[in-house]
Design a binder for this molecule. Structure first.
Ligand SMILES: [Zn+2]
Length: 107
């Protein structure tokens, strides 16, 4: 079990399920843990409250963090077209990967 490390905690079971789906969609195996921490690691239970936590294999941790980071950037805006080179870019990119043009948020 030492192979598993905690990725993050969720505010509630609904968010936990959503985050789990997100990480799993990237091909990463996820464990959801919550109340079973009772009696196993009480100090963790108290420091984290009753929030469910997501665990991934140590080898997947960095990639899983990236998946979650991208999630926070999603919603930054709609897809956009680079005025510098015409490249079509997804909403989470703040600059053009092709020519480096920085997105102008006022449009
Ligand atoms: Zn560009």
């Amino acid at each position: 079990m030492s192979n598993w490390v905690q990725l993050t905690t969720a505010a509630d079971p609904i968010e936990a399920g959503f985050l789990r789906g997100l990480v799993e969609s990237a091909g990463i195996e996820v464990q959801l843990r919550s109340m079973e921490l009772w009696g196993v690691a009480v100090e963790i239970y108290y420091s984290e409250g009753a929030r469910p936590s997501l665990w991934v294999r140590r080898a997947d941790l960095e990639r899983a963090h990236r998946v979650l980071a991208e999630r926070h950037q999603t919603g930054a805006g709609p897809p956009w077209v680079c005025p510098g080179c015409g490249e079509h870019l997804a909403g989470q990119f703040t600059s053009c990967w092709r020519c480096g043009h920085v997105r102008e948020l006022r449009q």
